[in-house]
Design a protein around this ligand. Structure first.
Ligand code: ADP
Length: 486
């Protein structure tokens, strides 16, 4: 039987995995690359690093493989913005990463000028530097000659999927899929088209934009190590995890704990807009059917663990963080404000920065680490509370991403949310989603794709009251801090 190749281009690393038709990972290669932080709130990556690490991981898995590969699916960090020259193919500026906040002032101005409602109605998004539109505008306004070239049709924009398809396909296609398009703030999720009003608002020439296709479409041919492999699927990373977790039914919900954290609920054909800062987005388009989703985004998640490891030097590797995490969630009244780059849902505040509160002479490293982990659980709770208020029932939460290797964290999450946490056997749901999209593209029946849950965490009743009070205290600390800096 033929296998499938998944490319998973993430914020901190690129990965290639060969999956069997029954979704066993057969071969895997991963490479990290560096981000740079040239200014407060700025986050950049070199497109050449992104491409190089993707190519090298592809070569590594293909070289060692004697099996036939049926097709390839691509999943990627979303929103990250690359602009390159049609003529040379070279990017004119580093990739502006989704976490980057440099367009904060511009977004504020657009909101003050009353554009929020129109943008929300058309895109399902809030006006925020997170999405691609203002990042593209920044490049056009700040790179010498860029606007003139863009207007002359000499520049292309792409999110990372689009850049990779352009660079990896023999045909040098300029395409993107509906999920990535839905994160640019230029795509109308009602009409499923690029939107002229939005292009005018952000002052972006139409000619820069890629053609938008379904997730299970043709995206050209990848030529690697002498093999030609059809690229049969493209899907943004969070939507890919939704597919990888088989959240195909109404109300199915997943949360991915990687560098950032993203909770997503499938609402099928229903486009639901919530007022409180949760996003409406395209879940996927497969077999010609659009499924919408609600998304709660949290900017700082696994990067908090990286910071505790690399800057605070509290532990040597992410996995040993578990030894310092107090199982009962006790942090000696210390609270952590997880706002390295501001806060996303439901606060949407770019100005607030991180902090610890409540440190006494007695405070230990364990207390600070536990407070940091709890802040990730509590940010998730902020989102689940909003969903509950909007009559979206939560029975259980499917989790994945690097952090879910940490069992103590998963238990604490269950205790903080008071719901069952389900972890699949393969926590690489994101890469798996890309494989599944490629499979569906080649005729696999969506209903035959079933999930395998490995671990289930159930809430412990004895912690309910403590964590309820602690969550309220944390929330109070966040809200007071935000109102103090206003
Ligand atoms: P991404 O795809 O966003 O690069 P991953 O899903 O690969 O992220 O997850 C990596 C993140 O998970 C890192 O930020 C790392 O700090 C965190 N992480 C990995 N293992 C653990 C662990 N055992 N405990 C806590 N955090 C972990």
């Amino acid at each position: 039987m033929n296998n499938f190749l998944a490319i998973d281009q993430g914020t901190t690393s690129s990965r290639a995995i060969i999956f069997s038709p029954s979704h066993e990972p057969i071969r895997d290669s991963q490479q990290e690359y560096a981000l740079s932080y040239p200014n407060d709130g700025w986050v950049e990556a070199e497109p050449s690093d992104i491409l190089r690490t993707v190519k090298e991981t592809l070569e590594n898995v293909i070289k060692q493989s004697s099996e036939i590969i049926s097709s390839c699916g691509i999943t990627n960090q979303r929103e990250t913005t690359i602009v390159w020259s049609v003529e040379t193919g070279e990017p004119i500026y580093p990739a502006i990463v989704w976490q980057d906040r440099r367009t904060h002032e511009l977004c504020k101005k657009l909101k003050d000028n009353g554009h929020e409602e129109m943008v929300r109605a058309k895109t399902g998004l809030v006006i925020d530097p997170y999405f691609s539109a203002t990042k593209i505008k920044w490049i056009l306004d700040n790179v010498d000659g860029a606007r003139k070239d863009a207007e002359a049709g000499k520049l292309r924009f792409g999110t990372v999927d689009s850049f990779l398809v352009n660079k990896l396909s023999k045909e040098e296609l300029h395409l993107t899929d509906v999920t990535n398009a839905s994160r640019t703030m230029l795509f109308n999720i009602n009409s499923m088209q690029w939107d002229e009003d939005l292009l005018n608002l952000f002052d972006i020439p139409r000619s820069m934009l890629p053609e938008v296709r379904s997730c299970d479409s043709d995206y050209g041919t990848l030529n690697i190590e002498g093999q030609n492999i059809a690229i049969k699927g493209v899907i943004g990373d969070q939507q890919s995890a939704l597919v990888g977790q088989r959240c195909f039914n109404h109300g199915d919900m997943k949360s991915t704990y990687g560098t950032g954290c993203f909770l997503m609920v499938n609402t099928k054909k229903k486009l639901i807009t919530l007022d409180e800062g949760l996003l409406t987005t395209v879940g996927y388009k497969l077999n010609n059917e659009i499924n919408y989703a609600i998304e709660g985004s949290i900017y700082s998640c696994g990067n908090i663990i990286q910071w505790l490891r690399d800057k605070m030097e509290f532990f040597k590797d992410a996995s040993s963080s578990e030894e310092f995490l107090n199982q009962n969630g006790f942090s000696n009244n210390i609270q952590f404000l997880p706002a390295f780059n501001g806060l996303a849902a439901p606060y949407w505040d770019s100005d607030v920065r991180g902090g610890f509160y409540g440190i006494t002479q007695d405070a230990s490293k364990n207390d600070m680490i536990t407070a940091a982990f709890k802040s990730i659980c509590y940010q998730t709770r902020d989102i689940t509370e909003l969903l509950i208020q909007n009559n979206i029932k939560i029975n259980s939460l499917n989790v994945d991403g690097g952090m879910t290797a940490n069992k103590t964290f998963c238990q604490l999450l269950s205790d903080s949310l008071m719901v069952n946490i389900l972890k699949p056997a393969n926590i690489e749901s994101t890469a798996l989603g890309a494989c599944i999209v490629a499979q569906i593209s080649q005729g696999e029946n969506i209903d035959s794709i079933k999930s395998r849950i490995e671990d289930k965490y159930e809430p412990q009743d004895n912690l309910r009251d403590f964590l309820e009070t602690d969550y309220r205290l944390w929330r109070n600390y966040i809200e007071k801090t935000i109102s103090n800096i206003k």
